[in-house]
Design a protein around this ligand. Sequence first.
Ligand code: GRF
Length: 206
Amino acid sequence: MEGLVAVLASGTGTNLQALAEDAVVGPRLGLVVSDRADAPALERARERGIETLHVDPSAFPGREQHDHALAGALRARGAFVVCLAGYMRILTPGIVREFWPRMLNIHPSLLPAFPGAHAVRDAIAWGARVTGATVHVVDEEVDHGPILLQEAVPILDDDDEASLHRRIQEVEHRIYPEAVRMVLEGRIRIAGRRAVLETPTESRRP
Ligand code: GRF
């Protein structure tokens, strides 16, 4: 197994931390990029001695130029898997195609329900009884690509956005490293919309 893992994050970075703490993913995590110089995720990375990079969108005339620079930085470091973890920018087709199917995203709902930036709030407002977390391959549409892992989280009567998001994040911190491991181990084959797990889990047991 080889290949550097890079994380793109705009915010708190709890998923970044979960990836960094994973025994397989952590040692390969070599770069954290943010569009925000003050993202706490960058501080978390620095504390762990992981290289950080601020790619400032305002330094570029448009999204394509920004993504071109971002892709160049990822390529220069040999990024093999690129994990979006609370990265709040929509990426352009060029960079998505370059890293397909090894650019992943974590989303706080059971896609295709509740895509978009307010998934937790939207699930409560809808009156859904169940939501969850999804790890998927990034394609050219938002919150849309082939699904690697999903897990349900019940919505309780007294949940607010913060309490529900906390329980969803507990799931995220478990399934995101697991999905990245599957990609690093070359166990995923993409067949249309489906991500097929090639090797049964049992055969990996010692
Ligand atoms: C996560 O809940 C993820 O699903 C969403 O953004 C949040 C990022 O949280 N895309 P963190 O920065 O990893 O704590």
